[in-house]
Design a protein around this ligand. Structure first.
Ligand code: F6R
Length: 254
C-alpha cells in the first residue's frame, strides 16, 4: 500500500524528503538516485546543496534522470541536463560521468533509448524521486491506451506542452517530443517518493491513489510497487477525503 505523508507546507515536505536522501547518501557506499526536473523538486535540490555546504558529500553518488526533451542541446536553458546542472550538479561534488540524463540530441533516438536502458541496468536505482503531471503523468509517460515499459520517445500531451509554455517565450519553441524512462524502469527502483504540492495537483494525486490502475493515469501504476511514499503538502492532499483517507499532518521526524 502506498504510504502518504502530508505536511502543512511544501517546505516542510521538502525538508522531509531531503533528510531521507541525506540518510541514503550517508549510509550507502554507492547510492543511485533517480531524479526528476520541474518546479516540484527545485527546493529539494536547494536543500541538498545546503546539506553539501554543511559537509554532505556526493562524490560516491550516481544520478539517473527520468527524461529529456528531444531536440534541445545539453546547454539549452530549458534542457533537463541544464536544469540539473543549474539546480544541483554545479553546486555539489559529483563528477559529470556519474550523472546520467538522456541525450535529446541523439541522431538515432532508438539507439539512445537502448543505451539509456543499459545505463539503468548497470545502475539500479535505490530511490526514485518523482513529480506528477496534472494529467497523472510520471516522467513523460503520458496517459494513453498502452504504456511503454522501457525508455522510449513520446509525443507530449497537448496539456503538457501548454503547461511547459511558461518556460519558453513562444509556443512554437516548446518541444513536442521527449525521451523518458518507461513505467517498468521507474517501478524497478527499490523505493519511490512522489512529491506533489499545490491544489492544482490534488485531482491527479487522488486519481493516482484511487485503487484502480489505469493507463489513463500513469501514476496509478505506482500502487503496484511495494515501497512508494507520496509526500504531499496540505493543498495537494485536499482530495484525499474523497478516498476516505483523511490527511493527517506529519511531524518532521521520518
Ligand atoms: C520531470 C518529470 C515530470 C514532472 C511533472 C511535474 O522530469 O518527469 O513528470 O515531474 O511534469 O512537473 P512540475 O513539478 O513542474 O509540476
Amino acid at each position: 500500500m502506498v504510504k502518504i505523508r502530508t505536511f502543512e507546507t511544501a517546505q516542510l515536505a521538502t525538508v522531509y524528503v531531503a533528510a531521507i536522501i541525506e540518510a541514503l547518501i550517508t549510509a550507502h557506499e554507492h547510492p543511485v538516485l533517480g531524479l526528476a526536473t520541474g518546479s516540484t523538486p527545485v527546493q529539494l535540490y536547494r536543500q541538498l546543496v545546503e546539506f553539501h555546504h554543511q559537509g554532505l558529500h556526493f562524490s560516491h553518488v550516481t544520478t539517473v534522470n527520468l527524461d529529456e526533451y528531444v531536440g534541445l542541446s545539453a546547454d539549452h536553458p530549458q534542457s533537463y541536463r541544464r536544469f540539473m546542472y543549474d539546480h544541483l550538479f554545479s553546486h555539489i561534488d559529483i563528477s559529470p560521468e556519474q550523472t546520467f540524463v538522456p541525450n535529446g540530441q541523439a541522431v538515432d533516438l532508438a539507439a539512445e533509448c537502448a543505451r539509456y536502458d543499459k545505463i539503468l541496468e548497470a545502475h539500479p536505482i535505490d530511490l526514485q524521486i518523482l513529480g506528477i503531471g496534472h494529467n497523472g503523468h510520471i516522467g513523460f509517460n503520458e496517459p494513453d491506451q498502452a504504456l511503454q515499459t522501457k525508455t522510449h520517445v513520446v509525443r507530449l500531451a497537448e496539456d503538457t506542452i501548454v503547461a511547459n509554455t511558461r518556460f519558453f517565450s513562444r509556443l512554437e519553441d516548446v518541444p513536442t517530443q521527449a525521451i523518458t524512462m518507461g513505467i517498468q524502469s521507474i517501478l524497478q527502483a527499490k523505493a519511490i517518493i512522489l512529491m506533489a504540492f499545490g491544489s492544482d495537483k490534488a485531482a491527479a494525486v487522488r486519481r493516482a491513489l484511487s485503487g484502480e490502475v489505469s493507463t489513463s493515469v500513469p501514476a496509478s501504476f505506482l500502487q503496484m510497487h511495494p515501497q512508494v511514499t507520496f509526500v504531499l503538502d496540505a493543498e495537494a492532499a485536499v482530495e484525499m477525503k474523497m478516498l476516505g483517507r483523511d490527511p493527517i499532518y506529519s511531524a518532521l521526524e521520518p
